[in-house]
Design a protein around this ligand. Structure first.
Ligand code: 5GP
Length: 115
């Protein structure tokens, strides 16, 4: 069954798309955790970070190149931002189609709660 993000990439579900090329699509998170919250998604449906293969190295690199471009376009590059990939249950992953979160537009504070 197609993931939510495959449906967005195919245009079957609406999204605020900010970038698209043959390999990568980026759109605004529906429930933003910061003033800028963009999800950068490979068109190839890799479920989790555990499923990244050697052959995906260039594609994964492209996610970061696109993130850098969007950060500049959104005007948050100089102040700074955070890039996150959540993996599986402990990482808090909800959508099993690999994606890079670009978060910024305010100070983001500490990374994780220390327990
Ligand atoms: P994860 O927890 O898997 O790393 O992140 C999934 C993200 O997808 C969450 O931040 C969530 O708000 C976002 N999301 C879930 N459903 C939708 C949707 O239908 N459209 C968009 N644009 N974002 C979504």
């Amino acid at each position: 069954m197609a993931t939510l993000f495959e449906k967005i990439i195919a245009g079957d579900l609406p999204a605020d798309i900010v970038y698209r090329d043959e390999e990568v699509v980026a759109f605004r998170d529906i429930n933003p955790a910061a003033p800028v919250h963009v999800l950068i998604v490979p068109v190839k449906p890799i479920p989790t970070a555990n499923d990244i293969e050697e052959a995906d190295a260039a594609l994964i690199g492209r996610l970061f190149v696109v993130a850098r471009r969007i950060a500049a376009d959104e005007g948050i590059a100089e102040d700074g931002y955070r890039l996150i990939i959540n993996c599986n249950e402990h990482g808090g992953q909800e959508v099993f189609h690999l994606h890079l979160h670009l978060l910024g537009g305010r100070p983001l504070g500490g990374m994780v709660k220390r327990t």
